[in-house]
Design a protein around this ligand. Structure first.
Ligand code: TYD
Length: 224
């Protein structure tokens, strides 16, 4: 992976993170629309991915994939390993090729989600270890909302509740996000956005950060 890591840095890898209901999916779409209108080549993608392991994960999250003989949902460790495995395939199939082409990759969730969600029931150091292969994003935008706000938005959205969407679980995950941000925020570029604002205001804040990153890239190229 290290050779790939070195060469696949022509594009920019931007990740959006937050609780279920924080609005990351909406923001990925809105950012992509603006950047495309400005002439950037943009790939929007997400984790769990649409690859084979990602499909399995989605089945597990909605209770369609369970252990035999009524033994219940997959073990948390299994799920953590599946998320890490899906990430490997996702990088290979979608992210790295797009970065090679110089695209801006906007990804809905990445390693920080594993640290927050799987780290809520497993040692975070282990979750970090099984994700060591995953290259850091160039920029992570954390859309911060209070768990109660996220819960109201999920309720308004409707649909069946997924594995991690119970209110108590989300409160725990919110605390884990804070711990993960403290842990990763030093070595990586992670910016916190105020997700309680209007959708438009969050997009504007996010765009400011994205433009700063992309501008830096252009400046870097010009000086070579
Ligand atoms: P989500 O983005 O909510 O997908 P959808 O909108 O299709 O429901 O992601 C699904 C869930 O997976 C969400 O609750 C967060 C969780 N998740 C993890 O627990 N670990 C991870 O590493 C990732 C990427 C997601």
């Amino acid at each position: 992976m290290s050779a790939v890591k070195r060469t696949a840095r022509r594009g920019r890898f931007i990740v959006l993170e937050g609780l279920d209901g924080a609005g990351t999916t909406t923001q990925v779409e809105r950012l992509a629309a603006v950047l495309r209108a400005e002439g950037h080549a943009v790939l929007t993608t997400r984790e769990p991915s649409d690859g084979p392991v990602g499909v399995m994960i989605r089945q597990a999250l909605t209770g369609r994939l369970v252990l035999p003989r009524g033994a219940g949902p997959l073990a948390p460790e299994t799920l953590a390993l599946l998320f890490a495995a899906d990430r490997t395939d996702h990088l290979k199939a979608r992210v790295l090729p797009a970065l090679e082409e110089g695209q801006v990759v906007l990804c809905d969730r990445y390693v920080l989600s594993s640290l927050a969600y799987q780290g809520a029931s497993l040692p975070m150091a282990w979750v970090e270890e099984i994700n060591r292969h995953a290259m850091p994003a160039d920029l992570t935008l954390f859309v911060g909302v209070a768990p109660e706000v996220a819960a109201r938005r999920r309720a308004a959205r409707g649909g069946p509740e997924e594995l991690f969407e119970a209110d108590e679980a989300q409160r725990r995950i919110a605390r884990q996000y804070e711990a993960a941000l403290r842990r990763r925020g030093k070595g990586e570029r992670v910016v916190r956005l105020d997700g309680s604002q209007s959708v438009e205001a969050v997009t504007a804040e996010a765009l400011e950060e994205v433009r700063r990153l992309l501008g830096r890239k252009r400046a870097g190229r010009a000086s070579r």
